[in-house]
Design a protein around this ligand. Structure first.
Ligand SMILES: [Ca+2]
Length: 443
């Protein structure tokens, strides 16, 4: 069947961010194995490859009129405050600085950037919000890097939402003086212990004035947080995966559907505000890198753009944007996220077929600790005693709790820590067919 919009796997669509290579672990959801009963599928926990999500983000800036150039405006720079020949003009392609230029691919060494109006209304604060939306839950896998041309803000907040922008929570505070700006003592990620890694901190590392051209980036440190468990070069990524399953709130900490930058005070050039030259104060952002992967609850190895929305290509008899429920014809109560454990292959936690529920005759659930190819086809896995809360409920619970305290109730960690591995080899070919049907045709 042809479809007006091609389903492009993100793997092909987007260049994979090269810095964080966590190996090819968990990149397939199933493989064909032969046993005495004939060929059958063996299922594995799987996750989509990472990508730079700036390519598919929606950008909104607030308040209205914050972008420069309407009407055209002259501006100066901190580096050269008395040379004010630069102009921002929204009606001119060469002189306009629209928000899209924060997420574009820059070619040929030309830096393109979004720019705000200048601080001509001082002492009224110069505030700007940048909201980045994906309409899809993502898991960040490497540092989020925001590049500021003409100086980094004196203070700003990075916020995140887990419910597509309904509620927000702080992710990290940035200021040249954390105590003065936010009443928080300054911290670095290296100050954090494994037990309080999900703490929201204020850092002074990216706000000090060192010259606009020397240091342009503001970082949300994901790599350093991963390194607390996996070692400095993320050599022991298995240790991180184990923590993701066992430590409450850890996985949610790296999950979001939206990000928001609240710019509170522009770069001042290392001195106080000079009222006689306010045209040198403004914000300009040339790039925002968001290396992440779609959250698919370990049930999909691909994530595609469908009707301009990200969608997991669900396997394991699951469906939904995040593979957060069982497909039709499968026991909805049997849904659970896949698990990284036991390493190295994890557990698929495939949804059970509804038809076979009654005939759980020779169920072989007292299986070995890890999925093995030699085990017989187990079609039904009898009782799963852990209460799996509905995924929508899980989301809303997570949102209302703040990230400053890592006591979030998380069904992922709850259900996976204390369950034994269930061998998921389904030999029934009709089951497999119906799965592939639904994943392809649901548009
Ligand atoms: Ca750009």
């Amino acid at each position: 069947m042809s479809h007006p919009l091609p389903l492009l796997p993100l793997l092909l669509l987007l260049p994979v961010v090269g810095r964080c290579q966590t190996g090819s672990q968990f990149d397939v959801c199933r493989s064909l194995r032969s046993s005495e009963a004939g060929p059958g599928w063996e299922f594995y926990a799987c996750q989509p490859p990472q990508a730079n999500m700036k390519e598919v983000m929606q950008i909104r800036v607030d308040p209205p009129g914050i972008t420069c150039g309407n009407p055209p405006e002259r501006f100066c720079t901190l580096e050269n405050p008395y040379l004010c020949s630069d102009e921002c003009d929204a009606s001119s392609p060469d002189l306009s600085h629209p928000p899209q230029l924060m997420g574009d691919r820059e070619r040929g060494g030309l830096i393109t950037y979004w720019q705000t109006v200048t601080w001509s209304r001082y002492p009224e604060p110069l505030l700007a919000n940048i909201t980045l939306s994906w309409n899809k839950s993502l898991e960040v896998v490497d540092d989020i890097i925001v590049t500021f041309e003409y100086g980094r803000p004196t203070s700003m907040v990075l916020e995140k939402s887990l419910d597509k922008g309904v509620t927000w929570q702080p992710y990290q505070y940035y200021a040249d003086d954390c105590l003065e700006a936010f009443g928080m003592s300054p911290k670095r990620v290296s100050d954090l212990a494994p037990s309080n890694l999900t703490r929201v901190i204020c850092t002074e590392q990216y706000s000090r004035w060192v010259g606009a051209k020397e240091e342009k980036i503001v970082v949300f440190e994901v790599r350093a947080r991963f390194g607390v468990f996996a070692g400095p070069k993320l050599i022991n990524i298995d240790a991180l995966y184990t923590r993701m399953e066992t430590m409450k709130g850890l996985r949610d900490f790296f999950t979001f559907t939206n990000l928001r930058l609240r710019l509170l005070r522009p770069a001042l050039g290392g001195t106080y505000v000079q009222r006689d030259n306010l045209l040198k104060y403004f914000y300009a952002i040339s790039n925002i890198d968001v290396p992440a992967r779609c959250k698919c609850n370990m049930h999909a190895a691909q994530c595609v753009l469908r009707d301009a929305t990200l969608q997991c290509e669900c396997d394991h008899n699951t469906s939904g944007q995040d593979c957060q429920r069982c497909s039709q014809g499968f026991k909805s109560r049997s849904w659970r996220p896949g698990s990284y454990l036991p390493l190295p292959k994890g557990t698929a936690n495939t949804c059970e077929a509804a038809e076979t529920a009654a005939s759980a005759g020779d169920s072989n659930t007292a299986a070995s600790d890890r999925p093995s190819a030699s085990s017989d086809g187990v079609t039904d896995t009898t009782t799963i005693t852990t209460t799996t809360t509905d995924s929508t409920t899980t989301d809303s619970t997570t949102i209302t709790t703040t990230t400053t305290d890592s006591t979030t109730t998380d069904s992922t960690t709850d259900s996976t820590t204390d369950t034994t591995t269930i061998t998921t080899t389904i030999t029934d070919s009709t089951t497999i067919d119906s799965t592939t049907d639904t994943t392809i045709t649901t548009t």
